[in-house]
Ligand binder design. Structure first.
Ligand code: IPM
Ligand code: MN
Length: 376
């Protein structure tokens, strides 16, 4: 089948790694009878923003919505104030396309090295399902001082009544941000996690929250988890607090099979996950709307220092491409890519600096693409 893939190389090392991703995906398409991939490039990112003041225009969103998937490099540039590109492009796309799942496999491949003593690929192989549109990412909040007296007055009375604290409304400055989760948003994320467990023959789903402190939002989360779990009686369940999980990922990663968690904790624990799967250079993610346009990206940032130097590890991006193929139902091509990555890692000859090698970004892409074609 012919698939149209939107490509947003983005900033920093984004273009470097996405080039290799396209190289490998094209090789996989060549090797898979009946699969055609058409890549359509979109310019969004720092350079485009600085030139035009445009982040993602309405017309761009319309074009993107006609694509089968989006393949994203990285966003972020020191010339643009922090949060402008992240909010205006990355989060904008996640929200606009209602990509309510952020799926992040934490899989340690043979040939990649794990910083945990005594742990190997048989110990690190699970999924984090991060809810991707709610929680503390809803951008509701504000700051108040002196002039916005009315706002401050409300906050002052909350502080006074609830905590017995006194804010001086004339002098003090405050900031607040609110996390919001909905029953619907929570349910669809949790259900996705259980369905994933079924599909991947995983036996346990762990719900990660902080319901002992953030009682309002995460009591709803827990209630929904318990209800949804009833539809999957063969799957074991448990609740864990996020601080404890940060410890257990390091101590006993083999315990985890599928983890489902609200947006912000998911953001944090998947960076930890990336480290135990061999580094950020190996960690892919998918922003998924099962009924719409999904977007696949490495979970690392734009690493501006390494931009354009043929230095960055493209494997996370290549693996994001593998997830994209799987998502599009192209399992055979996806398996080819994954096996090629494993073979190249195992062989150990071609690796970038982060994995202790001396190869360039394009050498890794070349090696994986060549291997993709050899696999039968
Ligand atoms: C990620 C990133 C983003 C997030 C940032 C860049 C907005 O850290 O994809 O994990 O917080 O989701
Ligand atoms: Mn992150």
């Amino acid at each position: 089948m012919k698939r149209k893939i939107a490509v947003i190389p983005g900033d920093g090392i984004g273009p470097d790694v996405i080039r290799e991703g396209i190289k490998v995906l094209s090789a996989a398409a060549d090797a898979t009878p009946g699969l055609g991939l058409e890549f359509v490039e979109f310019p969004y990112g720092a350079e485009h923003y600085l030139k035009t003041k445009e982040l993602v225009p309405e017309e761009g969103l319309k074009k993107l919505s006609k694509m089968d998937a989006i393949y994203l490099g990285a966003l972020g540039d020191p010339r643009v104030p922090t949060s402008v590109l992240e909010q205006g492009i990355l989060l904008k796309l996640r929200f606009y396309f209602d990509q309510y799942i952020n799926l992040r496999p934490i899989k340690l491949y043979p040939g990649a090295s794990c910083p945990l003593r005594g742990k190997g690929p048989e110990h690190v192989n699970f999924y984090v399902v991060r809810e991707n549109t709610e929680d503390f990412y809803v951008a509701i909040g504000g700051r108040a001082k002196g002039k916005s007296k009315a706002k401050l007055e409300v906050i002052r009375s909350i502080y006074a009544v609830k905590f017995g604290l006194n804010i001086d409304v004339d002098r003090d400055e405050i900031a607040y941000q609110i996390g919001v989760i909905s029953r619907k948003g929570t349910e669809r994320a949790i259900r996705y996690a259980f369905e994933l467990a079924r599909r991947k023959s995983k036996k346990r789903v762990t719900s990660v929250d902080k319901a002992n402190v953030l009682t309002h939002v995460y009591s709803l989360w827990r209630e929904v988890f318990e209800r949804v779990a009833k539809d999957y009686p063969e799957i074991e369940t448990e609740f864990a607090f996020v601080d404890a999980v940060a410890m257990w990922f390091v101590k006993n990663p083999e315990w985890y099979q599928v983890v489902v968690t609200p947006n912000m904790f998911g953001d944090i624990i998947t960076d930890l996950g990336a480290m135990i799967q061999g580094g950020l250079g190996l960690a892919p993610g998918g922003n998924i709307n099962p009924e719409g346009v999904s977007m696949f990206e490495p979970i690392h940032g734009s690493a501006p220092r390494h931009a354009g130097k043929n230095r960055a590890n493209p494997l996370a991006t290549i693996l994001a491409g593998q997830m994209m193929l799987e998502h599009l139902g192209e399992q055979e091509a996806a398996d080819r890519v994954e096996r090629a990555v494993i073979d190249v890692l195992k062989e150990g000859k071609v690796r970038t600096y982060d994995l202790g090698g001396k190869s360039g970004t394009s050498d890794v892409g070349d090696a994986v693409a060549a291997r993709v074609k050899e696999i039968d």
